[in-house]
Design a protein around this ligand. Structure first.
Ligand code: GLV
Length: 328
């Protein structure tokens, strides 16, 4: 049997490329930037498997460009809102993602943002670097403590739970809103209280988002939701930018409707709403959730193993749409 043709749309860590080189006829983009749509479509033509990054749009046009021999799309990310999964399923194309391997790294960034926002770390750093005079005094740059406060988690999957575990170590109480109630043992381990969405907004001292982006969750945090939060509360988003209405968030931060925000993701990434940049009470980092050497390597290796397994006719390790595929 001829080696499968596997296309990787942007440079990924070498151990994953080595795996792919051994088991396929590999093409990797030489560009260290997202491919333009026309380049992407030209690159995937004739591929049996494509390893995609979260900025690659996989839609009908992509699938048409790839051709009917395409068997799989392996996203190097846990989120797969860049992929039209029903369109892939309709063509018998298996989609895979990288759950699990980035859980701890992403939870670390969420905690980092919680601390940075509530303790004004970005603001303090900017102050020192500005050269402005300062001195310790009783009322200088006071933030908000976490002990005894309520962390409201939207989406209690792997990452939400890992954030809750960390927050417990900081003395926080856990409440959550999720589409499906978490198993009893998870609620018990985290002392996590399930709440309705409105109740969670009203009770959370810090609201941290850990749900996927879907039509249901797009702008879940809009002007109304921000208004329902406490004026002393903080919003943290390490999930996907469009879950938050960024223009409404700027207004809420500006007017003191909420106290602050920590954002790792943006609505029109890599563009950042200009209003956010002017605000001292917004901590902004450039989508670093999974950005550790170890995690990025593990993500890329998992995507590579998925692509190779499917090409060899074996079950995928972490499929998204198994069982939904149309036979082609
Ligand atoms: C990163 O944002 C991911 O979804 O893995």
């Amino acid at each position: 049997m001829a080696a499968p043709r596997i296309v990787v749309t942007r440079r990924i860590p070498e151990p994953a490329l080595e795996l792919l080189r051994e088991g396929s006829e590999l093409w990797v983009s030489g560009e260290d930037r997202p491919l333009e749509t026309a380049e992407l479509h030209a690159a995937v033509a004739g591929a049996d498997a494509v390893v995609t990054l979260l900025h690659d749009r996989v839609d009908d046009a992509f699938l048409d460009a790839a051709g009917p021999q395409l068997r799989s799309v392996s996203n190097v990310a846990v989120g797969y809102d860049n992929i039209d999964v029903p369109a892939a399923s309709a063509r018998g194309v298996l989609v895979t993602n990288t759950p699990g391997v980035l859980t701890e790294a992403t939870a670390d960034i969420a905690l980092g943002l919680i601390l940075a926002a509530t303790r004004r770390l970005g603001e303090g750093e900017r102050l020192i670097r500005s050269g402005a005079p300062w001195s310790w005094h009783m009322f200088f740059m006071l933030g908000s403590g976490l002990q005894g406060k309520t962390l409201g988690i939207v989406g209690l999957g792997g990452i939400g739970r890992a954030v809750a575990r960390r927050a417990r170590a900081f003395g926080m109480e856990i409440a959550y809103f999720a589409r499906n109630r978490a198993p009893e043992e998870v609620e018990a381990e985290l002392s996590a209280r399930p709440l309705g969405f409105e109740e969670l907004l009203a009770e959370a001292d810090v609201l941290s988002l850990h749900c996927p982006l879907s039509e249901e969750t797009r702008h879940l945090i809009d002007a109304g939701a921000l208004r329902a939060m406490k004026p002393s509360a903080y919003l943290v988003n390490t999930a996907r930018g469009p879950i938050v209405d960024e223009a409404a968030l700027v207004e809420a931060l500006r007017s003191g409707e909420i106290a602050g925000a920590g954002l790792d993701v943006f609505e029109r990434e890599p563009e950042v709403e200009p209003g956010l940049i002017e605000l001292e009470n917004a901590v902004l980092v450039p989508h670093l959730g999974s950005a550790t050497e170890e995690t990025r390597t593990a993500m890329a290796e998992l995507a590579a193993r998925n692509a190779l397994a499917i090409a060899a006719g074996e079950p995928a390790l972490t499929p998204v749409n198994a069982g939904q595929l149309k036979e082609t």
